[in-house]
Design a protein around this ligand. Structure first.
Ligand SMILES: Cc1ncc(COP(=O)(O)O)c(C=O)c1O
Length: 383
């Protein structure tokens, strides 16, 4: 049987394909430096692991409430109160199977043929690929370093006006952090036309030298998506959350019950300890910052162009115009000839895709140093 039209529209997630290729090379005995993966280079903090072991020992192995255990929804509400000074009622907080599932739920609830989702190009590719399953219209909006990679409100004026606008703050792949006034203006523009703003704050715990303010403080009618994967080093636990306007809770719950039944039980009990790990999180953040501060000048010295200093996440989006190679060729050759895995711009859209690559600095600094050294030797050999 032929695969559906919808499924055939989905592009591969090149970074995962590259990772698989890199793993194959490793199996064959090659050493590969990983500057492609969007995954913390740290294990989950110990107290979270211990809480998971305790939950297992206590037999908490059953389906939970479809919206998540009440204790965790309360803990997330308390965390917003403590860290941002805002009160989010726990009944507007929905626990999800990774933040990825939050996008499945919100898009499936609100998008359909004839409705439009706007997103930034370059941007996180899964938004588009998840939304395509709803047969909605996708409106990519080109963003550039001149505007700090922000979608500006006036960009929305072109038709079709979006029903939903999703932004990542901080962004993947650029690491850019939106100025609060831009988010406020985007929310106003969307609201005037009856649309909804969705802000992905999965990297909000990873910002450097700036104050980050959650969009949850702007208005109750912004959807905020976040999760434990990145700042809490919990990618494999598949746990995220979203804050939604009250009237969306029930429609989302009905979908969540059918699609996922419940978020993972052990992960939820483990995550109850996550917000007590402030010191551990601060240590990880300091190490990421050190890696970023090493990598930016080093990549510049190799000829990569970094137009904006990334303020968050663990990515550097770099121009490769000077090397005279398409980004796909560049990353394939860097992997095969230098043993360094990097992500091609094509993973993040079409705009500037051929002339950009994304470096991740989630790995240890020794490995990043070795990666740069290998790239240096390889690039010298090309001329
Ligand atoms: C911007 C962005 N949002 C969401 C996700 C998905 O994260 P999760 O592990 O919570 O599903 C990622 C993962 O890389 C991401 O980069």
């Amino acid at each position: 049987m032929d695969i559906s039209k919808r499924a055939s529209q989905i592009s591969p997630f090149y970074v995962m394909e590259l990772l698989e290729k890199a793993r194959m090379m490793e199996l064959q005995g090659h050493r590969v430096i990983h500057m492609e993966v969007g995954e913390p280079g740290f294990e989950t903090p110990d107290s979270i692991k211990s809480a998971a072991a305790a939950a297992l020992a206590e037999g908490k192995t059953f389906y939970t409430h479809s919206l998540g255990i009440p204790e965790l929804r309360q803990a997330i509400s308390d965390e917003y109160a403590a860290s941002c000074g805002i009160y989010i009622p726990p009944d507007r907080i929905i626990i999800t199977n990774g933040s990825s599932a939050a996008f499945v739920l919100i898009f499936a609830t609100l998008l359909e043929p004839g409705r439009t989702l706007a997103l930034s190009d370059p941007g996180y590719p899964c938004y588009k690929n998840i939304a395509l399953l709803t047969d909605c219209t996708i409106k990519p909006i080109e963003v550039s370093p001149e505007t700090n990679y922000e979608i500006l409100p006036q960009y929305l004026d072109e038709t079709p006006w979006p029903d939903l606008l999703v932004i990542a703050n901080p962004s993947n792949p650029t690491g850019a952090v939106y100025r609060p006034e831009t988010v406020i203006a985007l929310h106003q523009r969307m609201s005037v036309a009856g649309g909804l703003l969705v802000v992905d704050e999965i990297y909000s715990g990873l910002t450097y030298d700036i104050d980050f303010s959650s969009s949850a403080s702007i208005s109750d009618d912004i959807v905020v998506v976040s999760g434990f994967s990145k700042a809490y080093a919990m990618t494999g636990w598949r746990l995220g959350w979203m804050i939604v306007p009250s009237d969306l809770v029930r429609p989302i719950q009905k979908l969540a019950q059918n699609l996922f039944i419940a978020p993972p039980s052990i992960s939820q009990y483990a995550a109850l300890n996550a917000f007590d790990e402030k010191e551990e999180l601060a240590k990880m953040r300091a190490l990421y910052k050190e890696r970023r501060d090493f990598l930016i000048p080093r990549l510049n010295s190799l000829g990569f162009v970094i137009s904006r200093i990334p303020d968050g996440a663990f990515y550097i989006y770099a121009g490769i115009e000077g090397f005279g190679m398409d980004s796909m060729t560049f990353v394939e050759r860097a992997l095969e000839e230098a043993g360094v895995a990097i992500t091609p711009g094509y993973d993040f859209g079409a705009f500037g895709a051929s002339s950009h690559v994304r470096f991740s600095y989630a790995d240890r600094i020794e490995n990043l140093k070795e990666g740069c050294q290998r790239l240096e030797v390889w690039l010298k050999g090309l001329t």
